[in-house]
Write a protein that binds this ligand. Structure first.
Ligand code: PLP
Length: 393
């Protein structure tokens, strides 16, 4: 018998190292933006979720400072006790307007929103159907719920339909869960088809709009708007931490759903309300998203420019790319293993590009993942292309 009950940690770490799965922190030393300073080096940033460049926006910074001066640094308690302020309500109203739903509820993070909502709306007697590429928060929410989980192969509607056909009648409630923009691959779920299936099999449908909010849809309402599915019965999750440049998560849906969650969701009830600073920054971001559609247009223009540049580079095309029809500002370049991905990430860094390797266990197959921002300039995109081409030399 081993004498040290903690000795497994060291051997576990060593296994992680051997598999090239080890992760470490990288210190960013500047305001978020298209250019960042990382460990003393100026890099063009293709690793950020700050799609609209709002995290460093003076107006968000100003709003956060103002709210902090007015309401303090912490909200001091759960929303149901001392943690609720008028700006929380204002934010929830703004999100409901953006999403065109009856109501919304904000959480301290998107992760907490997902695990809280999923585990509140289904339990042991129920069925969850989950896309295999779903975000960790959806997967862990499903596990926490205690429901029977059926994972369907990525975006495979036929497979999902068969599973519903076989399994649905054996359970009380049913919930389909999916990312709307898949976070590590950048492709989209087939929302209209999912809605049809949900209706046919009397199933709820939860979509995670983390990478879509503020980015997709004419008004920035997300993929639901993009697919013309606004107003359909759905549970929509999102984050305040990506295009909105702040911190927090939300759920949007019917008044009944929100009322139920306010009474039954532990990750909302038993945790401290969003800080005034985060709340005010997110509120300001939504107002900017509504007032300045040009930011979203610029992002999509950047994507088009990047695709065109890429297409003219045959060399790159030979390397093969996962999504030949890029559907979002998330673009992946598959690589053969974790070690190669790390090496490529390092080479790009030497070329002045920050585009890190994404490896198992985050994803099954290693890759370089690039995310574009509306604040990237054409010269930034060109430098990225050049750096990618030089990898082959
Ligand atoms: C980032 C992300 C989350 C988590 O949001 P946070 O606010 O960062 O906790 C949830 N779902 C998806 C798909 C994400 O990409």
């Amino acid at each position: 018998m081993q004498s040290n009950p903690y000795s497994w940690i060291e051997s576990s770490l060593s296994t992680i190292h051997k598999a090239n799965w080890y992760r470490s922190l990288k210190t960013i030393e500047s305001v978020p933006g298209a250019i960042i300073k990382l460990e003393g080096k100026r890099l063009i940033n293709f690793a950020s979720n700050d799609y609209l460049g709002l995290a460093g926006d003076e107006r968000l910074i100003g709003a956060a400072i103002q709210a902090t001066k007015e309401f303090g640094t912490g909200s001091t308690g759960s929303r149901l006790l001392t943690g609720h302020r008028e700006i929380h309500q204002e934010l929830e109203l703004e999100i409901a307007q953006l999403k065109q739903t009856e109501a919304t509820l904000v959480f301290s993070s998107g992760y907490l929103a997902n695990i809280g909502v999923i585990s509140s709306v289904v339990s042991q007697r129920d069925l969850i159907l989950s896309d295999e590429y779903n975000h960790s928060s959806l997967k862990n929410g499903a596990i926490l719920s205690g429901a029977k989980i059926v994972e369907y192969s990525h975006n495979n509607i036929e497979y999902l339909k068969n599973k519903l056909e076989q399994e649905r009648e054996n359970y009380r409630r049913s919930l389909i869960i999916t990312d709307s923009v898949f976070s590590m691959d950048g492709d989209l779920c087939k929302l209209p088809l999912l809605l049809d299936l949900a209706e046919k099999y009397n199933s709820m449908l939860l979509v995670d709009e983390a990478h879509a909010t503020g980015v997709f849809g004419i008004n920035g309402g997300g993929c639901v708007e993009h697919f013309n599915c606004t107003g359909k019965q759905l549970i929509q999750i999102g984050t305040l931490s990506k295009a909105l440049g702040s911190l927090g998560g939300y759920v949007a849906g019917s008044e009944n759903l929100i009322e139920f969650l306010r009474n039954r969701t532990p990750t909302w009830i038993y945790t401290t309300g969003l800080t005034p600073a985060d709340t005010a920054a997110a509120l300001t971001a939504i107002k900017i998203i509504k007032k300045e559609p040009e930011r979203r247009l610029k992002l999509w223009q950047n994507l088009e420019i990047f695709m065109n540049l890429l297409e003219t580079e045959n060399q790159l095309l030979h390397k093969g790319k996962k999504n030949s029809n890029y559907q979002s500002p998330i673009i992946c370049f598959p690589l053969k293993n974790a070690a190669t991905a790390l090496k490529v990430g390092e080479k790009l860094k030497q070329a002045g590009i920050f585009a890190p390797a994404i490896r198992p266990p985050t994803v099954n197959t290693s890759r370089i993942r690039i995310s574009l921002m509306s604040t990237h300039e054409i010269s930034h995109l060109q430098q990225l292309i050049t750096a990618l081409i030089n990898l082959n030399k």
